[in-house]
Design a protein around this ligand. Structure first.
Ligand code: AP5
Ligand code: ZN
Length: 217
């Protein structure tokens, strides 16, 4: 399956993507994770992305689209993928449409995670991520690790993302409303959008998402 996951910052895209990608045996491709990996490795790409991310703004399309194309061209994405955080504006959505058209394939669904803004703010404020693997995501109260500050999965150190400050979250939400939400209409016109509530337990949201994806197949 070829799926795009969309939703505001902190909606639980990364958390759900880890389970959905496993259930569907497709790679989870997160542009946010790719940028963060480049930053921690000190690459040129990471240096270009850092200031935009710290400010909560989008990294320029030129850089982002090239990185996403490169990742998707890797063989494990051939039979499907779960895109998390890409596309994030209409320009990127059009670039993805062209990319897929060129390969003679189509998206199967755009899964839209709906969460009220006050919940998103609480989720982001308590989020902790593993230094070894950014798919190991915790929350200080909703999904607390057994030992404070230590990843349950691999024992790595948990940290708070640089862009998870109150001010940056406000900017990220504004960017989401003005630049990312219009892609939902773009995909609605292609009949691809499936909206689900992302409230409730992580497992409940995964079940809801799997059910909705089955119906859209
Ligand atoms: P990115 O990394 O994509 O961040 P985001 O979209 O802001 O999304 P988040 O990672 O904040 O949240 P999430 O929805 O994955 O939630 P999570 O599962 O962690 O992008 C970061 C930056 O990179 C951007 O601002 C931009 O600068 C740049 N960038 C990335 N892609 C780009 C692109 N295409 N173009 C240009 N720039 C780009 O969950 C949040 C918390 O809630 C966790 O603590 C989790 O444990 C908890 N939680 C999850 N589910 C539940 C639940 N059901 N109940 C209770 N708690 C829950
Ligand atoms: Zn870990």
């Amino acid at each position: 399956m070829r799926i795009v996951l969309v939703g505001p910052p902190g909606a639980g895209k990364g958390t759900q993507a880890a389970f959905l990608a496993k259930n569907l045996s497709i790679p989870h491709i997160s542009t946010g994770d790719l940028f963060r990996a480049n930053i921690s490795q000190g690459t040129d790409l990471g240096k270009q992305a850092r200031a935009f991310m710290d400010a909560g703004r989008l990294v320029p399309d030129e850089v982002t689209i090239a990185m996403a194309k490169d990742r998707m061209a890797q063989s494990d994405a051939e039979n499907g993928f779960l895109l998390d955080g890409f596309p994030r504006n209409v320009g990127q959505a059009v670039a993805l449409d062209e990319m897929l058209l060129g390969e003679g394939v189509k998206l199967d669904a755009v899964l839209d995670l709906e969460v009220p803004e006050d919940e998103v703010v609480k989720r982001i404020a308590g989020r902790r991520i593993c230094r070894n693997d950014s798919s190991h995501v915790f929350h200080v109260t909703y999904n607390a690790p057994k030992t404070e500050g230590v990843c349950d999965v691999c024992g790595g150190e948990l940290y708070q993302r640089d862009d998870d400050t109150e001010e940056t979250v406000r900017t990220r939400l504004e960017v989401y409303h003005t630049q990312t939400e219009p892609i939902i209409d773009h995909y609605r016109s292609q009949g691809l959008v499936v909206t689900i509530s992302a409230l409730g337990k992580v497992t409940e949201v995964t079940d809801r998402a799997m059910e909705a994806l089955k119906k859209s197949d």
